[in-house]
Design a protein around this ligand. Sequence first.
Ligand SMILES: C[S@@+](CC[C@H](N)C(=O)[O-])C[C@H]1O[C@@H](n2cnc3c(N)ncnc32)[C@H](O)[C@@H]1O
Ligand code: SF4
Length: 378
Amino acid sequence: VLRLPPLALYVHLPWCERKCPYCDFNSYQSTGAPPFEGYVTRLLQDLEGESVHSAGRDIQSVFIGGGTPSLFPQDSLARLLGGIGDHVMLADDAEITLEANPGSAEAAKFSALRAAGVNRLSIGIQSFNDASLRALGRVHDSRQALAAVDAARSAGFERFNIDLMHGLPGQTVAMALEDLEQALALQPPHLSWYQLTLEPNTAFHRSPPTLPVEDLLAEIQDRGEELLLAHGYEQYEVSAWARPGHACRHNLNYWQFGDYIGIGAGAHGKLTLAPGRAIMRTRKTRAPQDYLDGGGAPVCHREAVAEDELVLEFLMNALRLREGVPIALFEQRTGLSRDRLEPMLHSLREEGLMQAQEDRLGTTAQGFRFLNLVLQRF
Ligand SMILES: C[S@@+](CC[C@H](N)C(=O)[O-])C[C@H]1O[C@@H](n2cnc3c(N)ncnc32)[C@H](O)[C@@H]1O
Ligand code: SF4
């Protein structure tokens, strides 16, 4: 029997204290105070417009991302969380994550957020090295980063994530490992460890800083992985590490090709219209002011996903998972036959890039290392 996939909710809050030079997220440095209250009102209208998609379905996880959600006043965030609870049915054990930047003003809100129902924080630390933080144009220093983790613990957050980046301007292998060691000393249940990339339309792309050369990047990657493994962390996705049982359910749902409603400026959604049938992508107006303007529900672009795209989209998500997925999930989530994956799957198995078990769809260690090449073959 075909069933609809699990459903999640993504909420985008687009403002930051300052735009970081490497960041291509839909985030904006605001001149003057952003219209926090008006934006929350709009988000809830947006959610109401989407409620047809959540009818009869529990929301398994909520992710409030940005931007810098912790920039919003705690009362606005509490109103947002309350409104979400009014409009959709949250699962009893729903994971509710909010992204926060270190900084005393934010940290002081953590207790109120916990009380308002947030049960997981994702703290964007990036580095514990003050020179690196300056090179990244971050508004906080390492002392504030440590204080934010402290504040998260004191506020009762048992589940939290630290975002770290590596391959930073002027970074040596020793500096990168030192960053990881500092993070590990805080024993975060979850750690996202991203290699810095130069994205189009960012200040770093226009005037690139000097980044570590390929050999160094590879050494940082290898030695960092060893360190994380030695501390009991499991790599369950390309950049995601967690202590056993602490994988991020919201992100797992993306990678397992689950459904999600996206509300907020530029937010994307993916919805299965009937079990094993047409899949629709949604995309909200990107510029915050356009999103705020106008009456009725915010402008939403909707399009059906073609079958060929569906295959590739599924693989681009599922193969990011270290273990991959059962091949049956491909059929459940796309409504397509596994025959679609042959003969490519067959030859990649022969080459030792994909796991040999008939019922699995996942890379081998070698395939994981060269994931882009594997994906290109499909
Ligand atoms: C949406 S950002 C938001 C988090 C929060 N606003 C912050 O910056 O602390 C999520 C994470 O993506 C990572 N990230 C952003 N731009 C990146 C880039 N160009 N390369 C690698 N990682 C990046 C950072 O670690 C960041 O914390
Ligand atoms: S990295 Fe985070 S704080 Fe910096 S501009 Fe992007 S979303 Fe904002």
